[in-house]
Write a protein that binds this ligand. Structure first.
Ligand SMILES: NC(=O)c1ccc[n+]([C@@H]2O[C@H](COP(=O)([O-])OP(=O)(O)OC[C@H]3O[C@@H](n4cnc5c(N)ncnc54)[C@H](OP(=O)(O)O)[C@@H]3O)[C@@H](O)[C@H]2O)c1
Length: 434
């Protein structure tokens, strides 16, 4: 009989409780698949008194989660506290330095401090699993890390934040305003009480940082990822997009082209008939293109208790199997740099086509002024749409452009918004073929 893998869990919130539940309900099966018995030795959370829908009465309670890193009877520390620094960072670092394997779902921590954490795992020859950190239940990290080594990655992009996708889907399907849908999402538990990280795009940027680092084997600094959220998207833009044959999605995009890597998160108009446009509600989808494998699409639940717990167990059982068979941590487990890592392209240098909504006075000659400025900046128009007429008042004029350089677009918008006939800041949404 093999000795059990001894597990300590820090954090018993949504994900931590799910991990305990799966062990309680499917422990025998998980042990079988991990090749050895699994033993939950200790847990830790902020409040011992808190009512929880799991039974951890027979498990040691560590008042301080750092006790899990120090305990001599724990092989794997599962960090499910969250946060980019503080106790989660200290716990992960100390556990790795104490020679313990670590599993974490913490994308904020890895996006901010990935290099130091990977280095600690490497130096101490321990395993670090983070499947749950990107796209929740979708086994994306393992697919990219282990499934595609014979490929040079060309692109990896997708919808990686369920909260934003839920809000944008509801706005499109039910004609509701952003603020109304956000409140509803919070009431249903699809959005946090403080939704800032989600709706401002930071959560997507965290996941993109991790995904791009692994997929393109290059170091991507979080602060270099251009990040825009969905708070400025209006119902009017959602309707205009539909009329033009598009849907608006918050996309996390990484693509290699002309010797550089683009990494950006922003609302994006994609053709309504594309598979990515059909991904609605809280679902996530990531498209990956490798030079040999071609296009791959990953779709599923990117968050939620059991999908995320499923990913945590995937990592934990991999560690159980490896330890059971004496397979040590390997260099290839961790992100590594390619022989020629791609430099990051600056946002000003990307090319895209654009949707513009200009709030212009309904007067003769106004369109010509706006189009003239675009032309001066090397930007040509595909179409112009003006539905409303209100002589002497500002009305929305919607324009779709051909491919243009971001720097030129920004300069053109600065000039357009200074025109006396333009009443408000112009809305700009990038358009991708998806
Ligand atoms: N929720 C998801 O669907 C999801 C999906 C993918 C990844 N993740 C990631 O998984 C991690 C956990 O998320 P979650 O949604 O489960 O969070 P959560 O529900 O807020 O749970 C956090 C847990 O950490 C405990 N905790 C907080 N501060 C602590 C401290 N100083 N010391 C000890 N324990 C502390 C809390 O204790 P109390 O219970 O006593 O308050 C709680 O049990 C995060 O990194 C998150 O980004 C979550």
């Amino acid at each position: 009989m093999k000795s059990p893998l001894r597990i300590g869990i820090a954090g018993l919130g949504t994900v931590g409780s799910g991990v305990v539940k799966l062990l309680a309900e499917h422990g025998r099966l998980l042990s079988l698949r991990g090749g050895r018995p699994l033993k939950l030795v200790a847990v830790s959370a902020r409040s011992k008194a808190k009512k929880r829908d799991i039974d951890v009465s027979g498990v040691r309670w560590e008042k301080d989660p750092m006790g899990l890193a120090a305990a001599s009877d724990i092989d794997v520390v599962v960090e499910l506290i969250g946060g980019s620094g503080g106790v989660a960072r200290r716990l992960v670092q100390t556990a790795l330095r104490s020679g313990k394997h670590v599993v974490t779902a913490n994308k904020a921590l890895l996006a901010h401090h990935g290099p130091e954490i990977f280095e600690a795992a490497r130096r101490n020859r321990v395993m670090l699993g983070f499947e749950a950190a990107v796209a929740g239940g979708i086994p994306l990290i393992r697919a990219v890390k282990d499934g595609l080594p014979a490929n040079r990655m060309l692109s990896a992009f997708g919808i990686v934040n369920g909260t934003c996708n839920y809000i944008l889907s509801k706005m499109a399907d039910e004609g509701l305003d952003f603020s109304v849908v956000l409140k509803e999402a919070q009431a249903h538990g699809y959005a946090e009480t403080d939704p800032t990280l989600d709706i401002e795009g930071m959560d997507s940027a965290h996941k993109l940082q991790i995904l791009a680092t692994i997929a393109f084997r290059t170091s991507v600094d979080l602060k270099d990822i251009h990040t825009e959220g969905i708070t400025a998207i209006t119902q009017q833009d959602v309707e205009n997009a539909a009329e033009l044959g598009y849907r608006i999605k918050l996309l996390a995009i990484a693509k290699a082209a002309d010797g550089a890597l683009e990494a950006r998160v922003h609302p994006t108009m994609i053709p309504a008939g594309s598979p990515m446009a059909a991904v609605s509600g809280v679902f996530n989808a990531v498209f990956i293109t490798g030079d040999n494998v071609g296009n791959l699409m990953f779709y599923g639940r990117g968050a939620g208790q059991l999908p995320t717990a499923s990913a945590v167990w995937s990592d934990t059982l991999e560690i159980a199997r490896r330890v059971a068979h004496g397979i040590p941590a390997m260099e290839s487990d961790l992100p590594s740099l390619s022989e020629q890592p791609l430099p990051l392209r600056r946002m000003e240098d990307i090319r895209s086509s654009y949707y513009l909504r200009v709030m212009a006075m309904d007067r003769p000659g106004v369109l010509a002024q706006v189009a003239g400025i675009l032309g001066q900046h090397d930007i040509s128009l595909v179409s112009v749409l003006q539905k409303e007429r209100a002589h002497g008042e500002a009305v929305p004029v919607v324009m779709m452009t051909h491919d243009a350089r971001e720097r030129d677009m920004r300069a053109a918008l600065a000039a357009i918004d200074k025109l006396p006939v333009v009443a408000a800041r112009t809305t700009m949404i990038r358009v991708e073929p998806a």
